[in-house]
Design a protein around this ligand. Structure first.
Ligand SMILES: [Zn+2]
Length: 81
């Protein structure tokens, strides 16, 4: 059973590293950017947007102040409110 946990942790570390690498490359604050292609397979963790409750893959959303949002636009809206 320990192997599965190890693989999951490894997966999240890699996903986090990829996300950081992508974020460092394009740091523009484009609120209405075209949606990125969603990773196939569905193994990625899905989180609910704190603004609209849409289930969004972790790598496709944004985190602001410890909360997860489906898009940059919703992160901004939630902070403005
Ligand atoms: Zn949302």
């Amino acid at each position: 059973m320990g192997k599965i946990v190890l693989i999951l942790i490894l997966f999240f570390v890699i996903a986090y590293a990829i996300r950081r690498a992508l974020g460092a490359r394009s740091r523009d604050d484009d609120a209405d950017a075209p949606s990125k292609p969603v990773a196939r397979g569905g193994a990625e963790r899905m989180l609910a947007c704190q603004h609209c409750s849409a289930m969004t893959p972790m790598s496709a959303g944004v985190v602001r102040g410890g909360r997860f949002y489906c898009t940059e636009a919703h992160a901004k809206k939630a902070q403005d409110a």
